[in-house]
Design a protein around this ligand. Structure first.
Ligand SMILES: Cc1cc2nc3c(=O)[nH]c(=O)nc-3n(C[C@H](O)[C@H](O)[C@H](O)COP(=O)(O)OP(=O)(O)OC[C@H]3O[C@@H](n4cnc5c(N)ncnc54)[C@H](O)[C@@H]3O)c2cc1C
Length: 392
C-alpha cells in the first residue's frame, strides 16, 4: 500500500478519500486508533488527485486576521450549552435563518463523534459544545460540494485541518461558502475515548452516554470548567439530571492525557495551522487573555472571534444583532492563546505511552506516564493554598 503523505503530517482530514472516484483509498488504524489513508494500487488509476488535494502537501493560503471581537450570545440558556461564548452557535443560527446549511461536529452518539449536515434550527443543539476527540469526516465534503452546487449558503465549522481538507477538496472558491476554524491544541482518538467509557461501565457504573460533556458551566454566573469532564450516571433509576457526577480531570485518564498533551494525533504536534495567520473566514476560540477593561462577565464564557476575510467582515455585521460584542485588538487574542502562536509540545512520555498502551490499556498507561504530572499539580495546589492563607 502506498502512502499519500508522511504519516506524521497526516491530519486524517480525508480530503483524499472524498476526492477519489475509484474507491482506491483505504484506511488503516494505528495502535492508539488514529486512521491513515493509503492507496490500494489494484484500484488506483494514477490520476494523483489524492496528492493534489492533500493539505499536508499543499497547505491552503493563510491570512492574518483583520479585526478581532469578543462575543457572547445574549440568551443565557443558550450560552450555558455552548463551549465558550457561543459564537459558533450564533453564526450557525444566522446561516440557517438564510435557509442555508451548517456542517459541524455532533456528539449525539459519543462513541462515534462525527461531522453532520444541519439544515434546521431544531438540529442545532447536536453540534453545540466542544467534543475533545477527533471528529470523523467520512464523506461529508462531498455533501458540502453538492449543497454549494445547488447554490445553498453553507457554513462549515471544524478544526483548521478539517477546513483545510474541505478547501483543498473543493479546489475552487465559492462566494456562498463560509468557513470557521476552532483554535485547537490537538485531538485524541475515538478509540481512547471509547475505552475510557468502557472502563467506567466495567466498574458497574450505569453511565448514561448521552450525558457526557467535556466542559460544563455550573450556573449562568459560574466559571467555564474547561479542565473537567462530566459524566452522568443513573442511580436507583433516578433521572440522570438529578445525579450528575463530575470527575476532576486529573482523576479521569482520558481528560488528563488530553490536557497534558500525552496522546494527540502525531500531526497535531507539527500542526501547520496553530499560528495567528489563518485559513478560514472566521477563527473561534475561548477568549483567554481578555482585558480587564472589557464589559463582559468573564466566567460565563466569552468567544474570541477573529475575522480573517472581507466575507467574514460582512457576515459579522449581520451577526451583531444577536450577540453582545466588543471590538478588541487581534494581538490580545494571539498573546492570550498559546495555540495561536505554536503547536502543542509532545509530552515527554508520549513515546512511552504509545509503547505501553497496547498491553496495559488506557488507565494503567496514563497512570504510569502522568504520575509525576499529578504529583506536581497536587503540590502546586498546596503551595497556592498556603500562599492564600499567608495573605490573610
Ligand atoms: C479538540 C479541540 C481542542 C480545542 N482546543 C482549544 C484551545 O486549546 N484553546 C482554545 O481557545 N479553544 C480550543 N478549542 C475551541 C473551544 O473549545 C470552543 O470549541 C470554541 O471556543 C467555540 O466555542 P463556542 O462557544 O463558539 O462553541 P459552540 O457554540 O458550543 O459550538 C461548538 C462548535 O465546535 C464544533 N466542534 C465541537 N467539537 C468538535 C470537534 N471535535 N472537531 C471539530 N469541530 C468541533 C461544533 O461543530 C460546533 O460548531 C478546542 C476545541 C476542540 C474541539
Amino acid at each position: 500500500m502506498k502512502q499519500i503523505c508522511p504519516e506524521e503530517l497526516c491530519t486524517g482530514c480525508l480530503a483524499c478519500l472524498n476526492s477519489c472516484a475509484h474507491g482506491a483509498i483505504t484506511l488503516r488504524e494505528d495502535v492508539v486508533g488514529f486512521r491513515y489513508p493509503s492507496i490500494d494500487q489494484t484500484k488506483c488509476v494514477d490520476c494523483k488527485l489524492c496528492e493534489k488535494v492533500c493539505p499536508a502537501l499543499h497547505v491552503p493560503e493563510r491570512r492574518f486576521p483583520k479585526i478581532g471581537y469578543a462575543v457572547q450570545v445574549k440568551d443565557n440558556v443558550e450560552l450555558k450549552q455552548c463551549a465558550s461564548g457561543g459564537a459558533s452557535t450564533a453564526l450557525a443560527r444566522l446561516i440557517l435563518s438564510h435557509q442555508g446549511i451548517v456542517y459541524g461536529c455532533s456528539g449525539e452518539d459519543i462513541r462515534q463523534v462525527k461531522h453532520i449536515r444541519v439544515g434546521h434550527i431544531s438540529q442545532l443543539n447536536s453540534i453545540q459544545g466542544s467534543k475533545y476527540v477527533q471528529s470523523e469526516i467520512g464523506f461529508i465534503y462531498r455533501s458540502v460540494k453538492e449543497d454549494l452546487q445547488n447554490q445553498k449558503k453553507v457554513l462549515f465549522i471544524g478544526t483548521p485541518c478539517q477546513v483545510a481538507g474541505l478547501k483543498n477538496y473543493l479546489r475552487k472558491e465559492y462566494d456562498h461558502l463560509f468557513t470557521a476554524d476552532l483554535v485547537c491544541h490537538g485531538v485524541p482518538s475515538q478509540k481512547l475515548l471509547n475505552e475510557n467509557i468502557d472502563d467506567y461501565q466495567s466498574k458497574g457504573l450505569k453511565l448514561d452516554e448521552r450525558t457526557i460533556r467535556f466542559r460544563q458551566k455550573k450556573s449562568d454566573a459560574c466559571q467555564t470548567q474547561s479542565a473537567r469532564i462530566e459524566y452522568g450516571w443513573f442511580y436507583q433509576n433516578q433521572p440522570y439530571s438529578a445525579r450528575l457526577k463530575q470527575v476532576k480531570y486529573t482523576r479521569d485518564p482520558y481528560m488528563f492525557g488530553f490536557i497534558q498533551g500525552l496522546f494527540f494525533r502525531p500531526s497535531c504536534y507539527k500542526c501547520s495551522y496553530a499560528y495567528a495567520s489563518r485559513i478560514s473566514d472566521f477563527t473561534l476560540s475561548d477568549y483567554w487573555g481578555l482585558g480587564k477593561d472589557s464589559g463582559f462577565v468573564l466566567g460565563r464564557g466569552v468567544s474570541s472571534v477573529l475575522l480573517n476575510t472581507e466575507k467574514a467582515l460582512q457576515l459579522f455585521e449581520e451577526l451583531k444583532a444577536s450577540v453582545s460584542y466588543e471590538q478588541r485588538e487581534v494581538q490580545e487574542s494571539v498573546v492570550g492563546n498559546g495555540q495561536l502562536q505554536r503547536p502543542s509540545m509532545k509530552h515527554p512520555q508520549y513515546y512511552k505511552f504509545r509503547e505501553i498502551y497496547p498491553s496495559l490499556g488506557l488507565r494503567k498507561a496514563v497512570d504510569l506516564c502522568l504520575r509525576k504530572d499529578r504529583w506536581k499539580i497536587g503540590l502546586k495546589k498546596v503551595l497556592f493554598r498556603i500562599q492564600q492563607i499567608m495573605k490573610l
